[in-house]
Design a protein around this ligand. Sequence first.
Ligand code: FES
Length: 643
Amino acid sequence: MAKGPPIKYNIHFNPDNVDILAEPGDNLMETAIAAGVHINASCGGAGVCGTCKVFINKGEVESTRTKWVTDREYNKGIRQACQCRISSDLVVDILPESRMEKAVLSREKKGIATEATIPLVTGWRFNPPVKKYFIGLPKPTLEDNTGDLTRLLRGLKQQYRLDSISVDFELLPKLAQALRDGDWQVTVTTLLDSTSGIKIINVEPGDTRAKHYSLAFDIGTTAVRGQLLDLNRGKLLAQSIDYNKQISYGEDVISRIVQSQKAGGLKKLQRAVVTTINGMIKEMLGEAKAEVGDISYMVIAANSVMVHLLLGLDPKYLRLSPYVPTLNATPLAKANHLGIELGRHVYLYALPLVASYVGGDIVAGILGTGIYQRKAVSLYIDIGTNGEMVIGNSDWMVTASCSAGPTFEGGGIKHGMIAAPGAIEGSEINPLDLEPEVTTINDEEPKGICGSGLINTVAALLKAGIITQNGRFNTTLSTKRLRKGDDGYEYVLAWASETQIGKDIVITAVDIDNLIRSKAAMYAGCQTLVKSVGATCSDMERVVIAGTFGCNIDIENAITIGLLPDLPRNRFIFIGNGSLLGARLTSFSEDLLRDGQRIAGMMTNIELSENVDFMDNYMAALFLPHTHAEVFPSVRIGKGRGD
Ligand code: FES
């Protein structure tokens, strides 16, 4: 009997309004990824985080049930996307808490320092590593029929004193035509390659100097930020931000490494980030009304895992002792060889890596803030799932990193979510009636709690005496907000009738424990690093807080819970995205390109995971704010009503 065509089911995703065909037994999460539809997936599809819930509006799936779906949810048709196999046509509604909205990525906390007000790197010349030269050449004759390339090199030497330059082989096939199309008047683009000197990367007919652009990208584990830059004027033409599409394969770098080890995993992850980058380039070109051919260069700053994945390098050894990256200084790579939709001549430069978990993003931040130029000692902290820190000055730099867990991104928290509309970000608690007053991002009805909201909530609970300094609930208090839940005691921040998810939003004893562990890791990391150079936190002239999450934390509350050291508040500087700042400046200046390489070479990394001091400091920091109260003299803790 003739075999019929394979069965295909139509899968429709709401609210994205996207359709895709799938085969029986296909995984619903993977089908969503293939359709370009995002569903949160903190654990990368392992089934253990419960962040990927969807409502099966129509049709049938076979699913494995886990504890993350309650009886009520299951009976309503809610399933974990990663645990579903498709067995019919489907209409799938992605639940509000399983979605991410792009708009929130660009939110900025009011009142933080801006690039105009913070001290930055000084003394550099605007001198981009990529340059354009317009040149007119004598036409060949029977008397002078020297080859095209020799003619071009001779002209560059005579008119611009450019000598000893190499030529990118890939431009040769188009050289002859470009010279003739331009009637021997062409624009030559050169690039400074710090290992081999100046290289000709492009020849275009006519004078194209007016359109001379580059791209700077910060490739974060969660978000990717990009800028289109004018290399003639040192100006920002357009910018874009998007979630790193790799997020569908897990939220943190470890789950990405794990994913990369599966069959075809590395390729999928590489394609995911490249798709993100390509979408952003298109968006920026549209905004600036520019053409892709106007772009001649691309600089990226990213953590070591992101650099490996973008370049298609196996990141396996980054997480195995002795934690070695494939490379520190990254050779220039052709952007289009990686799948980035740019001209064939465009090279990508990645800021150098220091260690497995101290990458080019940190080098870029140190470069942009000019810490490496000053005599005074500064501490640079990037707070996140992976916390990175640097201490140093113009003579030396020591770095370290620690795993703080996903808490600061809202991961591992009962009602945790990333900083998206509806996330509780501010909490005050009235010490008299113990009633909370919460504020949410975009003033929407609460949907969950983001990392900064968690810090503020724990600080408020502590100040109101609802939790004690060891993070335990004071169960002698009488308030209907404090009750026993599935995970032990919990405090209700918003009643079901007030929320978008139709459930009470609570903070549980387990959530508080997780936050204490995360903040203890960050604080202990800084303390160990500072002590390793014979200093104390109070010796720091400045504490530079980098990263979008860092910018959105409340400094008082961060000190109250013992996340940041108790120093005079004017020593703290928030720089926002130091990584993108450094990538942009590298695009503008050969001096800074070299400085970035010098900074990476100056840095000595200490491994905290095998450091005895770190473990001792960590244990001492598992308290609010700290076991040794004397190191947090300005923190006053409420005693609560006790009734
Ligand atoms: S439970 Fe589905 S992605 Fe984690």
